[in-house]
Design a protein around this ligand. Structure first.
Ligand code: PEP
Length: 255
């Protein structure tokens, strides 16, 4: 399985930033001969920049992802964007269930499950984010929370479809805080998630789903995180905003 390195720009960026970022990233990647054999790089800018980024990356092995999507195909849903619209722009990946959306927009596990199914139905790759708060970890409830998030969102999904999805474990206390989960903490949760998938979908499917770690990944900690057997890549927020910090994270993910 290739390692996935996914940059989540959140609500940051501009047309100028995209214009500067693409050549810097491509020039940096050109230094890592054969990088595309062991890594899959995805950039997730805000909606308005998806089209221009996808056009700029035509012909390069770098995917473009969205940070959210509607589960509905069309209709009276002001402000929403459908899976087909993303595909129409050349987007192939989409983050769903990010903790910022769960918290600030009250997204439920069932609602996130609808998005998961809608993306899989039209062949886009969902990155389902799960993860506990600090209070939940302190109360030793982190496994229960992640179990619920994974199992509820993947209800009514076939094994064949789930094998085309990605899961990102992102402890809420590690996102944007500068405090990452230790490689051992992350690996333990990834193994737990893999086991949940095995129980529900079977070992073959469980073995095909990349499980990424996200939460304050940076050039200094990426190598140790990536050395863990159950970590198949990283979802990177702040450190993906500049190619100078994103490139060394990619380099640490090459095998
Ligand atoms: C994220 O936004 O998914 C994230 C992990 O952010 P950061 O890397 O900044 O913690």
């Amino acid at each position: 399985m290739k390692n996935w390195i996914v940059g989540n720009w959140k609500m940051n960026g501009s047309q100028d930033a995209v214009t500067d970022y693409v050549p810097a990233l491509l020039n940096g990647l050109a230094e890592f001969t054969g990088w595309e054999k062991s890594a899959r790089v995805v950039l997730c800018p805000p909606y308005p920049y998806l089209g221009m980024l996808a056009r700029a990356l035509i012909g390069y092995p770098i995917a473009v992802g969205a940070q959210n999507v509607s589960a509905q195909p069309q209709g009276a849903l002001t402000g929403e964007v459908s899976p087909h619209m993303l595909a129409d722009l050349g987007v192939t990946v989409c983050i769903i269930g990010h903790s910022e959306r769960r918290r600030q927009f009250a997204e439920s596990d069932d609602f996130i499950g609808e998005k998961l199914r809608a993306l899989l139905e039209i062949g886009l790759t969902p990155i389902l984010c799960v993860g506990e708060t600090l209070a939940e970890r302190d109360a030793a409830g982190h496994m229960d929370v992640v179990r619920r998030q994974v199992l509820r969102a993947t209800e009514d999904v076939s094994a064949e479809a789930l094998a085309r999805a990605i899961i990102a474990y992102e402890p809420v206390w590690a996102i944007g805080t500068g405090v990452n989960a230790t490689p051992e903490q992350a690996n333990e949760m990834h193994a737990f998630i893999r086991n949940l998938l095995d129980e529900r979908f079977g070992a073959e499917t469980a073995g095909r789903v990349p499980i990424l770690y996200g939460g304050s990944v940076n050039p200094a900690n990426a190598g140790a995180l990536m050395s863990q057997p159950e970590i198949n890549g990283t979802l990177v927020g702040g450190a993906s905003l500049k190619s100078e910090t994103f490139l060394p994270i990619i380099e640490h993910s090459l095998t």
